[in-house]
Ligand binder design. Structure first.
Ligand SMILES: [Zn+2]
Length: 182
């Protein structure tokens, strides 16, 4: 639990900093993924424009949109399909935490989800995945079903942090493998 709290604090300060800098609106079809490899654990934090998930960036307004939101959130929560780590790392099943913002059932336009609403009318979904691994540092890759699960997704900008260094990477079709070593 301790590590979750610590990561949460870092995430909040990062978001506050980017808001202060008036970051440009996200680009539709483009997601951001932060991957951290630590002893015993791999975490993946995903930020995706709602447009890329469901084609709109507000609460669903009719049955078809509610169905699209349910499907998208279920796909986001399907950690086993989205993330298949190198078997050498000995990881257990991934735990998913999804913040669908306005897509979430019962979503209220309150302070809780302010981070998911841009002033510019854009909105993102956030998802984080935690894999507990016997030997996380041995993971040479994570295979991902992201581009398969989300047809509107074209590009994933990836930031990888491991005990051996940090670097940026990019995923696009037909890539399904994210290397965790350089
Ligand atoms: Zn948008």
């Amino acid at each position: 639990m301790k590590h979750l709290l610590r990561r949460g604090a870092i995430l909040v300060s990062t978001l506050a900093a980017s808001a202060a800098m008036a970051a440009p609106p996200h680009e539709h079809g483009v997601a951001r993924l932060d991957v951290a490899v630590e002893p015993g654990r791999i975490t993946l934090m995903l930020e995706m424009p709602l447009d890329t998930l469901v084609g709109f960036e507000r609460a669903p307004r009719n049955d078809a949109e509610r169905a699209a939101a349910r499907t998208a959130l279920a796909r986001l929560a399907d950690a086993a399909k989205l993330w298949r780590p190198d078997p050498a790392a000995g990881c257990g099943p991934a735990q998913a935490e999804i913040d669908g913002g306005p897509l979430a059932p019962g979503h209220a336009h309150g302070a809780d989800h302010d981070h998911a609403h841009g002033d510019d009318g854009h909105a993102d979904a956030d998802a984080s995945y935690t894999l507990e691994c016997a030997a996380a540092e041995r993971a040479a890759f994570v295979d991902t079903g992201l581009l398969e699960s989300f047809p509107r997704l074209r590009i994933v900008h990836v930031q990888v942090a491991t005990p051996k260094g940090q670097w940026k990477a990019m995923l696009s079709r037909p890539m399904t493998r994210l290397p965790l070593v350089r």
